[in-house]
Design a protein. Structure first.
Lengths: 322, 322, 322, 322
């Protein structure tokens, strides 16, 4: 393969805070190395539609602290077809683009892999608030999302304490309890329900009642949406204890917001590394972080591995909420 | 009536940020004047149960910045009965308490008025995030709640922009559109639906479509819960335009949180004035703010007046969201 | 005078949060009325240099929540001269501009008045974090600045409490103690030193020592820069009591940041009203807020009046910090 | 050694956000295991004075989100003497305390080591915003401090952009550039000056001028206090380029504030592990985090090792700020 001269980048799937920091780093690292850079708008749909725009240093000025993604994001059913992918490849070729950086989650990496399988070099940057991607300790956006949830829980606790009530807080996480677990430990939740563990409402109720006997005046139950809705949890508690609870569904505020320092730095490191990998002739790999080191794994490996939740955190949650 | 020597205070109804600032001011102003002060726990229920605690300077140290209320709050059905009120009066008498400051909303002022009607001096401090109390430009907690909603909208807008979608945001306000209106103007919402105005979904849809034609990539519809649920609004938009929207119900995070500077200062001014009024021998009145001046109105007047929303803000919302 | 058809607007002097909300409102209100609108870059310097840019609806999209000013700001010595002002008028005439909205503080209004004195219609919008402009209860940016200071004080109190130390916090305000007073009351400061009152270090020390005797473990002294530097205050306390204090100078963080809901709404109301006034043929006036009503005063009156600090707040500060 | 039955804990040195989360975890983990727990007030001074207080579950309720430390902190010259240490040991013995958890930085670990050298079991938890302790990727409080600095830089950038000026921001770090480096990368600083690297003002000025030529309208120079004061940096830039800059010294706000989710979880993990280690009969070790795993090192090793700053971050900072 010839040396990469012109790279493109896109963001895809749900937006995650820190995506802009990654975009900035890809663009600046590439320009620093003398490459040409094009931004693709609206994710894979933009590849099919040929929505490319040349990126300069100033294109990414003053975006490091912004939530969302300046490249926009979208879902594309068409790209899942052979025909859509071929159209994308044609557009990339016509624009003289040699390689593509894909910033997103699982679904996005399926798209990236499809292109690499057809011979077009891609690098993946894991960005999703859910932290459900193997091959990296954390994904871009997770730290900000957890802090957003914790801030909300701090607010809810004010009210829970004032009224001496139990609150059920439903957070994002269809298949993954990472947000619920991290925010639950940080927010001092009494019980944390995650998809990785079988839910035991009797245990939840036992903990609640033990706490109230001991003089606890309020309780917070954190539940990942993949386990049950907040309403279902409230119903199960009511059925067993007769206790009324209040329900809050945090919803879309979890996706947005100014990224934390950690997500900005992670985005910067991921972005710079993605360009380095392309310059080294690599493709079909995802950057990740293991401890404090940037690592890489093949997209195939990432896509076929299920990430487990840390047992230590689960145990810790139980101990701290006595 | 003899001069007041010992006052009590309670918080009642939904908690509101700034209640603690008011509690602090009542206690310190009263101690400064040489009065004795007792805190009543759990609102009017605490009067019936005689949950009184003597307050000293240090009892209110380091609480000015805390959400919720250190005196806790509760609803009491019993206090609505003659019998409950008499028990409360007996407890107040036994504890040698001469007067009571009630921090809360409409329902709480009904309770305060009942006591005053029976000859026991009370002063009301309007504290509710809804801002639906006549006789004051703003209630304690409203400024913080609006800022909380605006921060949430700023986060949602990140995601709305990234995905180029329309979001429906449901906020508190059963009978009052104050939060929706203020947060909608501050957050740049495209349409704001409030109980004070008949809802016109055709107009909402016309504005949405006009915006999209003009190149707007995202829209936010703010709706007070008293108008309709976010789900209902989404359904009405879908029915008329076929457009999918996303829904966020902000819920209980609107009640809590560190009070803004404005709510802390308002709490301080209200609290100090309430004590001054008792020292002047007044009773059955509520403190309020009109412009930048502290004013007073009788509780009867306050309870029989409906507060209207400012027409100027409604018009402004329409103009700015073109 | 003919009806206004094309207006320009500029921001000038120190930046203040909410300026962008005012810019947005001027532009949208004017476009709504069918006017042409031009933005002037770099304040009065831009008038002299003819840095005009046509503003459309999208020019002010997504700026309502941003600190600073998209029109930039600068100081211009040249505009203080007859020659500079004539050049500005010529440029305005060449661009077919009929009227000008000036968003800024005292210095900026001198400039606006100079143009109006020469026959060119101007309207002033008071925007400065110092709140030192007569004719309005509050200026644009003040509420945000106070909240920024209060958040900093909340952080400093954590450390002050942990170490049981006294902290001196120096805030902005050369001639005006508004920020110090509001943030001091909201932040629970033990003493507040403002330019409007003679400083009495003996009293400061008496209060400190009284507090410590009573068991207070930390104290915060708030001082406006116009009174003395934080270092001077620390020296005076040390000289009298031997007590070591820590000093924090808050500096430029007070100017920036996402505007509060209140500053966004105020910016919106001021901006819309400024356009209305021009449409009514008014000139040489400043918009302001009195209570909850938008009011107007002539620039001459505003510039010749000194704004006093509210006595009630000063007394309140003394009572609450016992 | 007999099994540990009664442990004590103290916080020492500068306070750091997350200390309370660690205190909570030590107490709850210990009570969960049936141990007795005593809190020591005012750090090592409290050991000498015997300021012990029994801790129950409720002693640590509602503290996880608070900055500072509920156990207070202080410096103690007396504890550095043989006599002071003996008095401390006597007090610990009298109170039947078997082991001590020390939460703090380098200086605190010297104290802990002294006790262990005399036969009394201690475990160290690294807590300092400076992140200058070997044996752990990060220290407790660092993440919060960096986010505090980044928020301040975001505010300063608003003003820097509005006025098109260069700002010098001085942050904490006498011997360590960790805060400056992390906040500089996350905040998009143009130059970052740290004690680990020789400062090159010519390079700083070259980067400034290159940026301005390219159209950058503002610049931020981040400097750790150990390199030079902000004033010195401003002077050196002025001398070389004639350019005026503005200076902000962030000061004590860097220490306080609500801890981030990460610092709360880290505090929880460190605290629980410290108790586990004591139950296993370990002593004279510090807990730390390496990647995502909790690790331990002997206090001697920790105290004799200098922590280096990550080369990758330094290079990244240079690339991203082109």
């Amino acid at each position: 393969m010839d040396k990469v001269k012109h790279i493109a980048l896109l963001t895809s799937g749900g937006d995650a805070p820190g995506m802009n920091a990654a975009v900035r780093a890809v663009v600046r690292r590439a320009l620093y190395e003398g490459l040409e850079v094009s931004g693709v708008y609206h994710g894979f749909r933009g590849l099919i539609e040929g929505s490319f725009q040349k990126m300069e240093l100033h294109s990414v000025a003053d975006i490091v602290h912004r939530g969302g993604t300046v490249l926009r994001t979208a879902r594309s059913e068409e790209f899942k077809t052979e025909e859509g992918q071929n159209m994308a490849l044609e557009n990339l070729k016509k624009a003289n683009i040699d390689a593509l950086v894909v910033i997103g989650g699982d679904g996005s990496f399926n798209g990236a892999k499809a292109l690499t399988d057809k011979g077009f070099p891609t690098i993946g940057i894991p960005a999703t608030i859910d932290n459900d991607i193997a091959g990296t300790d954390v994904t871009l956006g997770f730290d900000t999302a957890v802090n957003t949830v914790v801030e909300a829980v701090d607010k809810i606790r004010d009210t829970a304490t004032a009224h001496e009530r139990t609150f059920v807080v439903e957070v994002m996480g269809r298949d993954s309890g990472y947000i619920a677990m991290a925010a639950g430990v940080a927010g001092g939740a009494e019980s944390i329900l995650i998809p990785e563990q079988e839910v035991n409402y009797d245990d939840v109720c036992m903990r609640l009642e033990r706490g109230y006997k001991r003089g606890k005046v309020h309780s917070i139950i954190m539940v990942a949406e993949g386990v049950a809705s907040g309403y279902e949890v409230a119903y199960q508690i009511k059925k067993r204890t007769g206790m009324d609870t209040r329900i809050t569904v945090l919803g879309h505020i979890q996706r947005g917001g100014t990224p934390t320092a950690k997500d900005r730095i992670l985005g910067a490191r991921f972005g710079a590394k993605a360009v380095d990998l392309l310059l080294q002739g690599q493709k079909g790999v995802m950057v990740g972080i293991k401890g404090d080191e940037i690592v890489t794994h093949s997209l195939s490996e990432v896509l076929s591995t299920k990430k487990d939740i840390k047992k230590e955190l689960v145990d810790l949650a139980n101990i701290l909420s006595i």
